[in-house]
Design a binder for this molecule. Structure first.
Ligand SMILES: Cc1cc2nc3c(=O)[nH]c(=O)nc-3n(C[C@H](O)[C@H](O)[C@H](O)COP(=O)(O)O)c2cc1C
Length: 302
């Protein structure tokens, strides 16, 4: 159940606004469940029962269950119109005088507040990249922040890694929406030292260490079963003996450090008159996040 007491419906974007019993564009074209354009199709016992989630075709019964469902026109109930959603932001000012002296201190302050407020995965951030193929964005987890910048780990042959190779300028976004806050970062990404990657890799749970070998991240795969088979093979190759070095660090896996030249702290305010306070170093030139002399502060219009 989402805030506001409405049932959640896992729907494709064009299914988001709809009325009960109205087939989607895809459904009208006769696309079938189990195909790429699969339509959300509630189980019969979920239809028109307030408080139940819409059926997720990859849900508890799995994709096969979804494929066996009837081909009756899909029925969605209780799908809200997002244009009608309104959240009144608490009018909590965020003034220049409230800002810490450096981006690092301010980030740590807000990050601690997000942890304290029980934000789910407060270290989740969007990483946006751009290359000749266009922009792309995805969520990753922040694993370190210090004077150098922001660190995340990933497959270094993935789409994002290839984009970073082509253009190391990236943007990060922490969306602590429940707190009516976001932090945006612009900076340059570069691979961290191998020793730092190794130290972090060894701290990961066994399954995650195996998983880093299993996935040729961003590449197509024939089936989920193929991945699970590879997972099983690799678990046989490097069994879990409860040691940090049971699984070697994949050579194609590692950390990226994002050294920032811009860090924006955004606080929601009433009537959309939000506060935006931005630490700026010289454009394109990353600066130490803990150096008060390296940054100037600019207020931007919301
Ligand atoms: C909450 C969350 C955390 C994630 N954390 C990571 C991460 O730390 N590293 C990573 O490579 N992918 C992570 N992912 C998966 C990425 O969003 C993405 O699917 C994957 O990195 C492939 O992206 P790419 O094909 O654009 O390179 C996470 C996804 C979610 C939803």
């Amino acid at each position: 159940m989402q805030p506001g007491g409405r049932p959640r419906v896992d729907a494709a974007p064009d299914d988001l606004v709809g009325t009960a019993g109205t087939p989607s564009r895809h459904a009208r074209r006769g696309r079938r469940p189990g195909r790429r354009h699969q339509r959300v199709r509630p189980r019969s016992d979920e239809v028109a029962q307030p408080g139940l989630h819409g059926a997720d075709p990859t849900g508890p019964r799995g994709p096969r269950g979804a494929a066996r469902r009837s081909r009756a026109p899909p029925t969605l109930t209780h799908v809200e119109d997002p244009s009608q959603r309104r959240v009144d932001y608490a009018d909590t000012p965020f003034e220049e005088g409230d800002l810490a002296g450096t981006p690092l201190h301010q980030f740590r302050h807000w990050y601690s507040a997000a942890v304290g407020a029980c934000v789910v995965e407060p270290n989740a951030m969007t990483v946006a990249t751009a290359d000749a193929g266009g922009p792309s964005a995805r969520t990753v987890l922040l694993k370190a922040v210090d004077a150098r910048g922001f660190v995340f780990y990933t497959n270094q042959r993935s789409r994002k890694a290839r984009a970073i190779d082509a253009d190391p300028r990236v943007s990060l976004l922490f969306g602590w929406v429940g707190m009516q806050r976001q932090v945006g970062v612009r900076g340059l990404a570069s691979a961290v030292e191998r020793a730092e990657t190794d130290a972090y890799f060894r701290s990961r749970p066994y399954g995650s260490r195996i998983g880093a070998w299993v996935s040729e991240q961003s590449e197509p795969v024939a089936s989920a079963a193929a991945l699970h088979e590879r997972d099983a093979q690799l678990r046989r190759r490097w069994p879990d003996r409860g040691r940090a070095d049971d699984v070697p660090t994949p050579p194609h896996w590692g950390g990226y450090l994002v050294r920032a030249w811009e860090v924006e702290f955004w606080q929601g305010r009433a009537s959309r008159l939000h506060d935006r306070l931005v630490f700026l170093a010289a454009a394109g030139t990353p600066a130490p996040l803990d150096d008060p002399g390296a940054w100037r502060v600019e207020r931007r219009q919301p």
